[in-house]
Design a protein around this ligand. Structure first.
Ligand SMILES: [Zn+2]
Ligand SMILES: [Zn+2]
Length: 476
């Protein structure tokens, strides 16, 4: 049976509007979980129809680019299925929307390789040069998740044991008499008996519908309840300036060497594309790994025409006391998974989780062959009588292993920060709507033909490179 979450909505029939909803922790957890979703995940969940700026086009570009343009094959998957840094919490949600396997552990498939490292991404390259494809399973909770063992009633992000009020525009607060009265006043409901109460069941499909609406509408609950067609106009979610106001100068200089040539019309009416290097493409692709909440944190109300900013401000505001203390910051400043930060996320100063470490209670060989299960076999004497039959077990002396997480983007254990896209002579073109293509005569001509322009109207210009201009030039 597919899990669902019950939410009671209070509908003003006359005005055709859901005024607010009452729910338990499960629904509020799912809503707060939206803020932890990387943008690439949002695009994927919405079937490439997120209508958020040019993200859909950017996502399609990653899909369309040949894997050999990426540093390693795994880089492409990292952008298309970014790992959620709050995966531990999101795995506890009653209804999950993101099916990415966030907590899987991959090791080098070569049993004789002794590089004690793992990756969270399949296809990462081990220091020995081989591909890490051996799945050791999902890393266990450490300490075991108290909620799962029933020891406490807390949710993934919020405390247990209370009811919440969620307004149509996603303000979240603990339910109280005074809040109910103030909402009745606010919505000018003199007679509460004229409100209709309905219980909605949210499955994962319905929650994805709610996510879509919350990006584009101020009334996602009403829209969902009445099933009105979602607004499909493109949302300017990422304003022209990708970087926040207070930008340190050091970061400002880092891009100055990037070169950008633009093909445009002579009368400045249209930019067809910019000719860029891999560094600029990386800057754009990095957007896909940024959690939704970080965008809301940086741009606030202007982040979208939806109402996720209300959800965000509830965290430190009306819902402040309801959050598990350790989750407050996790939602206020959502982070990137280890090694996912590059390009745009650096510009927006989104922090990255520290790489994970694993203490394995077995030797490395046994861990490789059996994963997280059956560790005890490593500790049994060779040829001992185990469950009344003789089994050949482990001869290793060392029975514990420490594994560190490896940067999947860095082949051969290089230590500098690695980009997603191969940095080299390969040039790319980025069209006005953020479609990224490898530069070739065919691709450039195609853009010109599609724009229905004559050669005499076109001119190539070199663009001066301050960061805002770089970003402006492609109009995110
Ligand atoms: Zn290896
Ligand atoms: Zn062993």
């Amino acid at each position: 049976v597919e899990p669902t979450i019950d939410v009671k909505v209070f509908v003003d029939k006359e005005r055709g509007k859901v005024l607010f909803a009452e729910s338990g922790k499960e629904f509020v957890d799912v809503l707060f979980g939206f803020l932890t979703l990387p943008l690439g995940t949002v695009v994927r969940l919405l079937g490439g129809q997120s209508q958020v700026g040019c993200l859909d086009e950017l996502y399609r570009s990653v899909e369309g680019l040949s894997t050999d343009l990426f540093r390693i094959e795994a880089c492409k998957a990292m952008l298309l299925r970014p790992i959620n840094a709050a995966a531990k919490q999101c795995c506890q949600l009653t209804v999950r929307v993101d099916d990415t396997k966030h907590r899987e552990v991959y090791v080098c498939a070569d049993t004789s390789c002794s590089v004690t490292a793992f990756s969270s991404v399949t296809g990462a390259v081990c220091n020995c040069g081989r591909i890490m494809t051996q799945l050791a399973g999902e890393r266990p909770e450490n300490p075991p998740n108290a909620a799962a063992s029933g020891a406490c009633e807390d949710g993934a992000f919020v405390k247990g044991g209370m009811k919440f009020i969620v307004t149509d525009d996603l303000n979240v607060a603990p339910a109280s008499t005074s809040l109910m009265l103030s909402l009745l006043d606010k919505f000018q409901v003199p007679d509460p008996s004229c409100l209709e109460q309905m219980t909605l069941q949210f499955s994962s499909v319905k929650i994805i519908d709610l996510l879509r609406r919350s990006l584009t509408s101020q009334n996602p609950l009403t829209g969902h309840y009445l099933d009105v067609a979602p607004d499909d106009s493109v949302v300017d979610m990422l304003p022209e300036y990708l970087h926040p106001e207070e930008q340190d100068n050091e970061a400002e200089h880092s891009l100055v060497n990037a070169s950008l040539r633009v093909l445009q019309t002579k009368n400045n009416s249209k930019v067809l594309y910019a000719e860029v290097g891999g560094d600029f493409v990386d800057l754009l692709f990095g957007l896909l790994t940024i959690p939704l909440g970080s965008i809301v944190k940086t741009y606030g109300k202007s982040a979208s025409k939806g109402c996720l900013d209300n959800l965000y401000t509830s965290i430190a505001g009306s819902a402040h006391g309801c959050l598990r203390p350790e989750c407050q910051n996790l939602l206020l400043s959502p982070m990137l998974a280890p090694y996912f930060g590059y390009g745009a996320s650096k510009m927006l100063q989104v922090e990255e989780l520290a790489p994970d470490k694993l203490d394995i209670n077995a030797c490395f060989k046994c861990f490789k062959s059996r994963g997280f299960a059956n560790h005890y076999l490593c500790h049994v004497e060779p040829w001992c009588n185990y469950q009344k039959r003789y089994v050949k077990i482990c001869y290793e002396k060392g029975k514990t292993t420490k594994l560190c997480e490896l940067d999947p983007k860095t082949p051969e254990g290089g230590c500098e920060e690695a980009a997603y896209v191969k940095q080299g002579p390969q040039k790319f073109i980025v069209t006005d709507d953020l479609h990224v293509l490898p530069l070739s005569l065919a691709s450039t001509l195609q853009v010109v033909i599609e724009a229905k322009l004559q050669r005499k109207d076109l001119v190539e210009k070199e663009v001066a490179l301050t960061k805002p201009q770089v970003v402006n030039s492609v109009k995110i």
